[in-house]
Design a protein around this ligand. Structure first.
Ligand code: CUA
Length: 319
């Protein structure tokens, strides 16, 4: 690890795809660079002052050249664009069996929470060859969660949930960074990703004192913030039921339909008037400024766990 490395190790399922795209971009850029500078030097030498070359017979009709190079560069850029876009979309579309891990950036540390309630700071333990889905947010300013060995990076933006996923393919320890200047100790905001054999990972999970799981803590908050007064099973208030909600389409009052994902749940707690579920009066008060990002994650995890209960959805590894 001590020696100078030009490339970080490649330890995730899409690292190779990323490297190919990077190589292609580098190749195209190098080709254009050599072409432009090659011709420039050639013309400088060939048409230098006093050289005996034919200067009179200018090319008359150049449209072929014009159309050819415009067409070719356009095609080349389209190929690169679609190549990059597909890769981007793939990195942001996790498979359904991925394990959720929550990451909150804050000046100047990464707080990481596993679904079973295990918490770590600036260290991320993951099992090898299992897909992991990260749900990222920030408590203060914009940070950027970057693991070069996995070829992933994503801004952590206050007030938003960003998701990305990866499948680590090599057991080992890798660096993780904050890749967005975020204040005085930005350079120190980093840590280690530890990729372990699944059995070692399970042992690690068990060795941690998990305390209550995210969803259990969320359930307690659900009561203490008064959510259960309207959304609880025994309530007489006409409020949307939360059991089986997560992951389902929700028809809205204005005719649109949205999927009840992390983003929708979070926004509905903070801005309940923005997307009102069809058939319900817009009476829910906003909790903006009252619930911190940590607690929001727990509430969302709790509501998510309600979906698993009724829908009996696919088995999740871990919790
Ligand atoms: Cu956080 Cu830079």
């Amino acid at each position: 690890m001590g020696s100078l490395q030009l490339f970080p190790p490649s330890a995730s399922a899409h690292a190779a795809d990323m490297d190919w795209l990077f190589a292609a971009l580098l190749g195209v850029s190098a080709f254009i660079l050599l072409l432009v500078f090659g011709l420039m030097i050639l013309f400088c030498v060939r048409y230098r002052k006093g050289s005996k070359v034919e200067r009179g017979n200018r090319l008359g009709r150049t449209w072929r050249v014009e159309v050819a190079w415009t067409g070719l560069t356009f095609a080349a850029f389209l190929v690169l664009y679609f190549w990059g876009a597909t890769l981007y979309v793939r990195i942001h579309s996790p498979p359904s069996d991925a394990t959720d891990i929550y990451v909150v950036g804050k000046q100047w540390m990464w707080k990481i929470e596993h679904p079973g309630g295990q918490r770590e700071i600036d260290t991320l333990h993951v099992p090898v060859n299992r897909p992991v889905r990260l749900v990222l947010t920030s408590q203060d300013v914009i940070h950027d969660f970057a693991i070069p060995a996995f070829r992933i990076r994503q801004d952590a933006v206050p007030g938003r949930y960003e998701t990305l996923w990866f499948t680590p393919t090599e057991v080992g320890e890798y660096r993780l960074f904050c890749a967005e200047f975020c204040g005085t100790w930005h350079a120190r905001m980093g840590g280690t990703v530890v990729v372990m054999e699944p059995s070692d990972f399970q042992r690690w999970l068990d060795s941690q004192d998990p305390g209550p799981s995210l969803a259990q803590e969320g359930e307690a908050l659900f009561r203490s913030y008064g959510c259960s007064g309207c959304h609880g099973g025994a309530s007489t208030v006409h409020a949307p039921k939360l059991e089986g909600l997560f992951g389902r389409p929700v028809p809205l009052e204005d005719g649109r339909t949205v999927i009840a994902d992390d983003r929708y749940l979070r926004d509905s707690i903070l801005m309940p008037k923005a997307e009102i579920a069809a058939g319900y009066p817009p009476v829910m008060p906003s909790f903006a400024g009252q619930i911190g990002e940590d607690d929001l994650l727990k509430l969302v995890a709790y509501i998510k766990s309600l979906a698993d209960k009724t829908a009996g959805s696919a088995e999740r590894p871990a919790p």
